[in-house]
Design a protein around this ligand. Structure first.
Ligand SMILES: [Zn+2]
Length: 324
């Protein structure tokens, strides 16, 4: 994410082609206890019809990773946001079930730095490109028989976050199935990750998920170009592992349970997600600052979000949103 000083550093991510097979990092290999499940192909574009049918019979959740192509410091690859989201979705689907759609490399906003594709303005909560793309994706997923959708954005300017949660909530209502749209860090707030841009959090995640695609020796000395948050030199693979495992366990639990939610649970979920994004949008509008809804995040007011979501304690989420 990029809550940099000027409030303008955010990411957009990049497209296609990340293959888990291309990640030859030891950390990307399954642990012994996970060997059987983590070797299962869950990337939709690499699956044959029989594999897709079998996967959907077991768990009819579709994961959609989002990101963009954006500068992430001299030490990270420019597709970081979408690649990170995709790798997290893959691990979650392998653990909890579901299928992972190809990542979208295009979002709302992006830094004014080299090698950055800005598809829509940074603070454009009225996004027409990403919003309509996700809407159509949700409708197609339902037409294909999916019963739940998890949209994970690894790119997180304020507008991107609000647009994704808003469109997910609206599609939940329109389609009658749960659609969760969230940045991955919202599922690890209680582990101390509040979102950043190419700083401690994102760099730690990449050190764990794809260590050969991080080169801290290229970073130089502060102030680092286009980096927002804690010093990335403080990031360790162990930090990334903790964040990754927390996020993936919660995503896996959600993937397993969401297709089974009854109407009352779906209604309460929509109420909670609606309360969250409505609060963010209202604060942004009233204070004329898209980041206004994040001003109290550092105080831990909504750190319980990820766990409450997994435990379906939606009314408690509604209460927490009022503290933003
Ligand atoms: Zn990023």
């Amino acid at each position: 994410m990029k809550r940099l000083t000027a409030g303008a550093l955010f990411s957009m991510a990049a497209p296609t082609g990340w293959s888990q097979d291309q990640s030859d990092s030891p950390a990307a290999k399954p642990s012994a206890s996970q060997a059987s499940s983590t070797s299962r192909e869950v990337r939709l574009e690499w699956m044959m019809p029989a594999e897709i049918n079998a996967a959907m019979t077991q768990c009819s959740t579709l994961f959609q990773p989002l990101g963009t192509i954006e500068w992430h410091g001299l030490h990270n690859v420019v597709g970081l946001d979408a690649l990170k989201a995709q790798m997290l979705c893959i691990r979650a689907a392998q653990a909890g079930g579901g299928v992972v759609a190809p990542p979208l490399f295009g979002g709302v906003g992006g830094l004014d730095e080299p090698h950055t594709f800005v598809m829509e303005p940074e603070n454009d909560i009225h996004s027409i490109l990403v919003r309509s793309w996700v809407e159509k994706l949700c409708r197609e997923a339902v037409r294909q028989g999916f019963k739940a959708i998890i949209i994970l954005t690894g790119h997180y300017g304020a507008a991107q976050q609000m647009v994704i949660r808003d469109v997910a909530m609206r599609q939940s209502r329109a389609l009658g199935i749960p659609v969760l749209g969230t940045p991955e860090y919202f599922l690890a707030l209680d582990k101390g990750y509040l979102g950043d841009h190419a700083a401690w959090g994102e760099t730690a995640l990449m050190l764990h998920l794809a260590p050969k695609k991080v080169d801290l020796s290229r970073l130089g000395n502060p102030p680092y170009q286009g980096v927002g948050g804690r010093d990335p030199k403080q990031a360790t693979p162990a930090d990334g592992r903790l964040l990754s495992e927390t996020i993936c366990e919660r995503l896996a639990s959600l993937s397993r349970q969401m297709p089974q939610w009854d109407t009352a649970t779906l209604r309460d979920f929509i109420d909670a997600e609606s309360a969250l994004v409505s609060r963010q949008m209202l604060l942004a509008a009233s204070e004329k600052n898209v980041w206004a809804g994040w001003r109290n995040i550092g105080k831990g007011v909504i750190s319980a979000y990820g766990q409450l979501l997994v435990e379906r304690k939606f009314k408690e989420i509604v209460e927490l949103t009022q503290k933003l």
